[in-house]
Design a protein around this ligand. Structure first.
Ligand code: SF4
Ligand code: SF4
Length: 276
């Protein structure tokens, strides 16, 4: 017999406790996505994402697995920093006046495939058997451009030349560490993409005009983008809001710098951005 009530209770508890707030900055983890319009919708708080219990467990598992990767690296004699010794916090990158950023998993020296003493960015990711096989066969750049973009952006901003991307197959525990060399031009291209999203007053072009396009079928903003669903009303979707210095936002109607709480709230003068 399936313990249905138990399962439902776990799912309900996870779903109730999930982080529901929009993220202030544009994250390095999404800038390599195939559709800039999707990234823009997220950055402009068009629609909050809500995840089911299974997805939340999946994210949590990925996060918890990071500790294992670090343990394995230490086991083979690597020195691993999970936090920046200068700040005591995760290694963070920031650009575009504080509107773009991200935190990387770790930095290590002593990676056996790299020259002694060379520091490398470490990214740890768990994958389904299908994705794992694809990465193994095609390499990260071709199989998972979003993760590749994230690695290149971090390397550029942290001044590192090497990255070790660790993929693990969740079904079999097979491990695939891939060495990636920094390509500053590629990193700069992703940073420029982020700038484009941040500065754009209107939604960038669609990856496809067909809602049945495979990337659109997985997109959280499909309804807004293709079917006229109303976006959320908050300052980010209002035509009077504007990103300014130091990661702050200005309401040009009232010439007022908005706190995050005020942005979430919006006001009665809210007017949707054209084309949203
Ligand atoms: S529905 Fe398709 S075109 Fe629209 S934002 Fe999403 S991925 Fe892009
Ligand atoms: S007019 Fe209102 S909703 Fe629009 S940016 Fe200003 S405070 Fe926000």
């Amino acid at each position: 017999m399936i313990a249905r009530k138990t399962l439902d209770a776990i799912n309900a508890a996870l779903e109730a406790g999930q982080e529901r707030e929009h993220r202030s900055h544009l994250g390095a983890s999404i800038i390599g996505g195939p559709c800039l319009r999707e990234v823009w919708y997220k950055w402009r708080w068009a629609k909050k994402e809500f995840f089911k219990g299974r997805m939340l467990r999946l994210f949590d598992r990925g996060h918890r697995e990071e500790t294992r990767f670090v343990e394995w690296l230490r086991l083979i004699g690597c020195t691993v920093w999970e936090t920046d010794p200068d700040t005591g916090e995760q290694f963070r990158i920031s650009d575009h006046a504080g509107h773009f950023g991200g935190s990387c998993d770790a930095v290590a020296i002593g990676i056996p495939d790299l020259p002694p003493g060379v520091a490398a960015l470490c990214e740890f990711k768990t994958h389904s058997a299908k994705w794992f096989k694809k990465i193994l066969t095609d390499g990260l750049c071709s199989a998972h451009p979003k993760h590749f973009a994230q690695c290149q952006t971090y390397m550029l901003k942290l001044g590192l030349v090497w990255c070790v991307y660790f993929a693990i197959n969740k079904d079999t525990d097979e491990l695939h560490p891939e060495i990636i060399q920094a390509n500053p031009a590629d990193g700069a291209r992703h940073l420029a993409r982020a700038g484009e999203v941040i500065r754009s007053e209107t939604p960038p072009p669609r990856v496809s005009m067909k809602p049945s396009w495979y990337q659109c079928t997985f997109c959280h903003f499909r309804g807004i983008c293709h079917f006229g669903e109303a976006p959320e009303k908050n300052c980010r979707t209002c035509q009077h809001s504007k990103p300014i210095d130091a990661g702050q936002w200005l309401c040009s109607k009232y010439n007022y710098t908005l706190s995050k709480e005020e942005q979430l709230q919006g006001c009665t003068a809210h007017t949707f951005k054209p084309g949203i």
